[in-house]
Design a protein around this ligand. Structure first.
Ligand SMILES: *[C@@H]1O[C@H](CO)[C@@H](O)[C@H](O)[C@H]1NC(C)=O
Ligand SMILES: *[C@@H]1O[C@H](CO)[C@@H](O)[C@H](O)[C@H]1NC(C)=O
Length: 348
């Protein structure tokens, strides 16, 4: 009997030990899973719930791999929203004769060496603004005054390049734009190029300075033409092309000296590549043209019709791949990169 009781006592104690052991391991198991609710594959029978939790896990993983130290802060920022919350739409432009460069600089503290990027989100595109220029200091000032805040409201990463033709030879807008492109890509892998006349100021910040699937013409109307397209197929003034689109057409012709024709030539190049020109709605693609007389050194190009007749034949060998020039200076000013270039003169 004594032995029997002892054996019974032992087996009862044994049961308790096994039971307590089991309880502890269940507790430990629960603790493991409640600590990391993301690893719930075995618990979940609701597929939507599983998706949400796996997303959470992915976020967690991302936040670890993107932790400071591994990556720069700028790569950590979220992409800027599809539509910038800073846009104001149409705004009243002012052209005060007392405006000076120091005023514009002090209003654009976030711009350094002509470039800017949003502080708290990652811009959707990196855009180089190319402005051909000579002897139009006041126009340039008005444009910088309006364009910098305009581009910042659009939350873009951008830089402004002013390409200044050295010397007194007749002006060549198209070749200066080719030079602007070739110099800008040395600085940064810009995705989008805005080819911008110095005397056109955008009136509505919903006219987005970003590139599209197709080459984009941004000037549907200007105040001096009653906001009508100048003519069907007009592709001048302000135009947006991606790097690929611009390379595909071999940029502009280098042979248009004087006023007119080079923009039609670019349109022909675009059409030869089976691309289609797109435009924003007329109510946003509006510009104010700052008044000026025709500059000396930019006479009407009498050859332009003859040149246009040769575009189909010439475009492959006349453009970015044949653009020869000498850089005179590159100055990194606070509000723009000032490229002064000797582009030669017409061969006659
Ligand atoms: C991080 O940013 C600094 C300064 O902007 C730069 O010099 C450095 O190359 C960047 N590092 C990486 C990994 O991008
Ligand atoms: C267009 O706007 C500019 C700047 O305000 C002004 O100088 C010019 O006279 C305007 N032209 C027309 C036709 O309204």
């Amino acid at each position: 009997m004594g032995l029997c009781t002892a054996a019974k006592k032992f087996s009862r104690r044994g049961k308790y030990v096994v039971l307590i052991g089991l309880l502890l391991s269940v507790l430990a198991w629960i603790a493991t899973f409640s600590g990391e609710t993301d690893k719930t594959i075995s618990f979940n029978f609701d597929p939507t719930l599983t998706l949400v939790r796996q997303d959470k896990l992915r976020d967690k993983l991302n936040s670890w791999t993107r932790a400071p130290g591994h990556w720069n802060l700028s790569t950590e920022k979220d992409e800027c929203p599809k539509e910038s919350p800073l846009l104001v739409g149409a705004s009243k432009l002012s052209f005060e004769s007392s405006l000076n460069l120091k005023d514009v600089e002090s209003k654009n503290k976030g711009v350094a060496k002509g470039a800017y990027e949003p502080a708290d989100c990652k811009a959707r595109q990196s855009v180089a603004i190319l402005i051909p220029h000579r002897n139009r200091e006041k126009h340039l000032l008005y444009l910088l005054h309006h364009l910098h805040p305009f581009l910042q409201r659009q939350q873009l990463h951008y830089a402004i390049y002013v390409i200044h033709q050295a010397g007194d030879a007749i002006f060549n807008r198209a070749k200066l734009l080719n030079v602007g492109y070739l110099e800008a890509i040395k600085d940064f892998s810009w995705e989008c190029f805005i080819l911008h006349d110095v005397d056109l100021v955008p009136e509505n910040d919903r006219n987005l300075y970003i590139c599209d699937q197709q080459p984009k013409h941004l000037v549907v109307g200007r105040n001096v033409t009653g906001y009508k397209l100048r003519y069907k197929g007009y592709f001048g003034g302000v135009t947006a092309m991606t790097k690929d689109q611009f390379l595909k057409v071999n940029g502009f012709s280098n042979n248009y000296w004087g006023w007119g024709g080079e923009d039609d030539d670019l349109r022909v190049r675009v059409e030869l590549q089976k691309m289609t020109i797109v435009r924003p709605p007329a109510d946003v693609a509006r510009y104010t043209m700052v008044f000026h007389k025709r500059d000396s050194g930019n006479q009407i190009n009498k050859n332009r019709m003859r040149l246009l007749g040769q575009t189909t034949k010439m475009w492959r060998n006349d453009g970015l791949n044949s653009c020869s020039y000498k850089i005179v200076s590159v100055e990194r000013m606070p509000l723009y990169v000032n490229i002064t270039v000797d582009i030669g003169q017409p061969q006659s």
